[in-house]
Design a protein. Sequence first.
Lengths: 266, 266, 305, 305
Amino acid sequence: MPTPRDITSIIVENREVNPKIFLLSLNTSDLDIWSEAEPGQFAMLKIADMSCDDPLLRRPLSIHNVRDGKIQFLYKVLGRGTLLLSQAKPGTALRILAPLGNGFSISNSKTHCLVGGGMGIAPLLYFARKMKEQQPSNTIKVLLGARTKNELIAVQDFTEPGLYDVKIATDDGSEGHHGLVTDLLDGINASPGDMTVYCCGPHPMMKAVSNICRKKEWKCQISLEALMACGMGACLGCAVPKKGIGIQEYLHVCSDGPVFKAEEIW
Amino acid sequence: MPTPRDITSIIVENREVNPKIFLLSLNTSDLDIWSEAEPGQFAMLKIADMSCDDPLLRRPLSIHNVRDGKIQFLYKVLGRGTLLLSQAKPGTALRILAPLGNGFSISNSKTHCLVGGGMGIAPLLYFARKMKEQQPSNTIKVLLGARTKNELIAVQDFTEPGLYDVKIATDDGSEGHHGLVTDLLDGINASPGDMTVYCCGPHPMMKAVSNICRKKEWKCQISLEALMACGMGACLGCAVPKKGIGIQEYLHVCSDGPVFKAEEIW
Amino acid sequence: MTGPDLKIKIGGWTLKNPIMTASGTFGYGEEFTPYLNLEDLGAVVVKGISLEPRSGNPPPRIVETPCGMLNAIGLENVGLEKFISTKMQIFRKYNTDFVVNILGDSVEEYSTLAARLNDTDIAAIEVNISCPNVKKGGVAFGVDPQMAYEVTQAVRRRTDKPLIIKLSPNVTDITVMAKAAEDGGADAVSLINTLLGMAIDPATRKPKLANIVGGLSGPAIKPVALRMVWQASKRVRIPVIGIGGIRTTEDVIEFMLAGASAVQIGTANLIDPGVSGNIVKGLLGYLKQHKISSVRELIGGLKTP
Amino acid sequence: MTGPDLKIKIGGWTLKNPIMTASGTFGYGEEFTPYLNLEDLGAVVVKGISLEPRSGNPPPRIVETPCGMLNAIGLENVGLEKFISTKMQIFRKYNTDFVVNILGDSVEEYSTLAARLNDTDIAAIEVNISCPNVKKGGVAFGVDPQMAYEVTQAVRRRTDKPLIIKLSPNVTDITVMAKAAEDGGADAVSLINTLLGMAIDPATRKPKLANIVGGLSGPAIKPVALRMVWQASKRVRIPVIGIGGIRTTEDVIEFMLAGASAVQIGTANLIDPGVSGNIVKGLLGYLKQHKISSVRELIGGLKTP
Ligand SMILES: Cc1cc2nc3c(=O)[nH]c(=O)nc-3n(C[C@H](O)[C@H](O)[C@H](O)COP(=O)(O)OP(=O)(O)OC[C@H]3O[C@@H](n4cnc5c(N)ncnc54)[C@H](O)[C@@H]3O)c2cc1C
Ligand SMILES: Cc1cc2nc3c(=O)[nH]c(=O)nc-3n(C[C@H](O)[C@H](O)[C@H](O)COP(=O)(O)OP(=O)(O)OC[C@H]3O[C@@H](n4cnc5c(N)ncnc54)[C@H](O)[C@@H]3O)c2cc1C
Ligand SMILES: Cc1cc2nc3c(=O)[nH]c(=O)nc-3n(C[C@H](O)[C@H](O)[C@H](O)COP(=O)(O)O)c2cc1C
Ligand SMILES: Cc1cc2nc3c(=O)[nH]c(=O)nc-3n(C[C@H](O)[C@H](O)[C@H](O)COP(=O)(O)O)c2cc1C
Ligand code: FES
Ligand code: FES
């Protein structure tokens, strides 16, 4: 795993690709960090300048892609931090601490299924690309879900012909299967050991995916979120309850994750 | 005096005219405020959007000019508030509370002498213009001082031919008289009652000017600064010691001033 | 169709809505008439008044701090008699409830102020007990439960106006202070007053306030205020008025969920003079949107495990 | 030519410079090695350690507030023995002074921790007394001078390491607590720990922290911290270590002028992991620029009228 660094990067593009969803492209002289970064790892970004106390903390964003010498993030405007980020113009400098955490690890299954829901699709693109690069013969299924068509992100990147086997679901049926992305997963047949599922999305969706996997005896990796202050294991703020009996113990999303084996949590 | 209002104005231009000194031009649909504003009055500006808490308070700036349907401020980058303001691009909205305070009042003297030092020159331009408009036959002398040429502001506006009798002093002699602006004032001969001095600049300079005026029995108005929270008489934060004997009493720069008769203070 | 009910009761006093302004941040009210309609507010609390006029502290009196400000105004005010003869006349022009905030150096001063104000037509009296008790060695009334109890009781004896005791946050246990005020006969407690703080200019090596220390207010203190309101409201039965860093409708809802029956807006008025009026509208909008028939349903509505 | 002298003494312990990191915000030190050289720092204070491992509070444990953050980590730590057998081995790799912050539920626990740590090669012990005394009904040691005195004395008896007592700001009079620590035999007091605060989500009506209340830290609390450091340093003769909202060299100078002999940097590490190292450089630059030969000249250098 590459050692994280705290660098300054310049915004090259910051474009609204779907309503309230922005694609942020950054230039950096320190591209090593990014080429070494594992898919599923993340960065902590300081939106405004370091001397600004509002907002105070950096914000975590997953690495969405590394392309043409640029790093890309895909983010949704939720609160003040992402709102300010969305207003930043090309040329603006950002402070970035990256790459952080433990990403997805490619298992030795025959078939790999990437399941993304909503903004959870963001980290999967880079993972799909890296897997294709490293193990071109793998079968990569991609299941993408969102509430509605407008919230489906990065679809055209996945549906580039010949790369992945992509299926889509929307809650309102505005694109693809009318229903949950878990319906699509449930429909897949693969024997235990042949299949690994990699999942990122809303908490209930990941829980449902991990239940399906347990039932079907598939391996399952999930990428969790938590409120974070440091992103680097120093504050212990990003706790997530660990599966177990007896005294409740916690894992830390930033340093033990954000990608976990489903059975560590549920 | 016009009733102050709290309006939103759009930056039309925000240009560095001298090192660290910016000329800010704003557009507003509510120009009435400005056309009624008295020279020497000021505005409280919220640099960033209202929901930003850093910096928290608005900043006071004197009205520098009202020209071509735009209001202008001339400000120096000192701390965080003015730094952020200097980075704001045309199109940015500012919240402005104005016009506030009591400005200069044109006395009935024959000769009027405007004495400005450093950023204290800013409010004098609008005053000179208004006086010329309202009492075209008045003799208006203008004495401008700064530490060095680079810090002399708005000189070309004053030196437009035929308007005012302008003299300049710099501490380092890089422009005009090599010395203090008070030297120039001291050199003027006018009998008591014939002359009123209007002064804005650093505290020691205003004190020196007011001493000269007392000696020569000239009327003297000074424009003071103070740290301000509200700018409208609500917090009592902008106190300035009042001249007097016995218990120390205070005047308030925002509501009793910023322009005072020198004898109220010293 | 009738809209949501915004009314709140404090003792026998009914406020048209729970939004008040905080003492010392709203002048005597009239300064704000260009920016809002005073009659829209639940109440206007005016600058603290003492028996004799006070000229206040030398400047600098204020300084900005991260997400907050320090003030050391020094309780500058025109004094009781001038207040009654001039400022109070202005109130009469508005159909708004005015609350007078009082301060003194001794129990007797507080009593005298209360007695005199009892004969006026103000809506309520708020007692600022964050003042030093000159007779008891200068320790503030607001940090000693016994002194707080005594001053409350003394004021209570001299007035039948609704009585609000304004608590200082500079104490180990705010609930003890709230209880002392309740036991002394207060109709409500308001909290928090400012946290004691300090700022230094490293260039001059001097304090940034002439008074050295001052009171911290603004968004920075909101978490502390919210915690104290929550603690105090669980301890006393009288209404709690929440104060500290409020500048949005959401902030008001948070304070009410924590247990406040009403709130006061302070520093935010200095930055955005129309804010208190906007919050009244915002609160009404919120209740409508969430189909809440009375604002009182919010009080203490925090869901804890 | 020799540069300015940055050394500071606490008891018999000489620190290479006055910049330490604050407990709980710097992990066990090693997490920060990509961003700074641990050996540049005056000392590293590690996360609070208890006798037995603690798993801490359920999430959410942190929330951002205006210019600050609340945390309710719940003192999660690996426990004394695992700490000694694993984390402490890592320290040995660095030529840096490590300070261990300890916490307990009773005077006995604190004593045991101190006794055991006395046999290790750490530089000093910092006692976090903002913990509830289980035997005395759960009131925190840090808000009762008698309890603070007792725990200090008990720890003092079991260690000859430099002993720092870390004070809670949630008290009426910080000077009384500082004095209690001094009387109990502390070599220094460090302050402030976090201010107790709270945050509410108006949408869900729930507290934003699972623990309901948490500790406020960051720039928001700096004015309160500075005031308490100033007050405490005038009251006690032992060194005061300033903590609270520090994130620049200027902040350090302000705390030292107020009376701090050293400082700890907390929340700022979480935002800018290299900041503590940069401040050491900044302080050196400041002293050079102002031709100050020793950093000790800054201590208590505030010019008051
Ligand atoms: C490891 C990791 C990777 C992430 N990757 C992405 C990504 O690629 N794209 C993307 O759009 N978002 C991502 N997020 C979520 C993103 O960090 C939050 O949306 C963002 O921090 C919100 O900041 P804000 O200031 O806009 O909102 P705030 O004002 O801080 O909060 C607004 C709302 O968002 C919630 N929120 C805040 N921070 C988080 C968080 N860390 N996780 C979950 N909810 C949060 C708050 O509770 C609140 O309800 C990621 C989070 C983590 C932990
Ligand atoms: C009525 C009035 C009119 C003014 N008109 C102008 C003007 O036309 N052009 C202009 O450049 N400046 C003017 N000023 C000064 C201007 O308000 C300050 O320079 C500005 O507020 C500094 O803000 P900041 O955030 O950049 O600095 P801060 O970080 O707030 O402070 C930086 C330094 O400036 C000092 N300072 C801050 N505010 C003031 C203040 N109000 N008065 C004096 N010193 C201050 C601080 O003490 C500090 O030393 C005026 C001030 C007043 C009171
Ligand atoms: C400039 C200023 C002056 C104040 N004067 C008084 C006062 O006279 N009496 C009083 O009880 N509180 C006074 N306060 C405290 C406020 O009423 C309020 O309790 C405090 O500021 C916290 O609220 P806020 O964070 O909304 O400002 C003053 C506050 C400020 C900022
Ligand atoms: C996430 C976090 C964890 C903390 N854990 C501890 C701790 O274990 N022991 C302790 O004494 N103080 C702890 N503190 C308090 C800090 O050491 C420091 O006293 C406080 O945060 C104020 O400083 P700051 O404003 O620079 O952060 C913690 C603070 C934070 C933010
Ligand atoms: S965010 Fe600080 S430990 Fe994970
Ligand atoms: S700045 Fe508030 S009264 Fe003058």
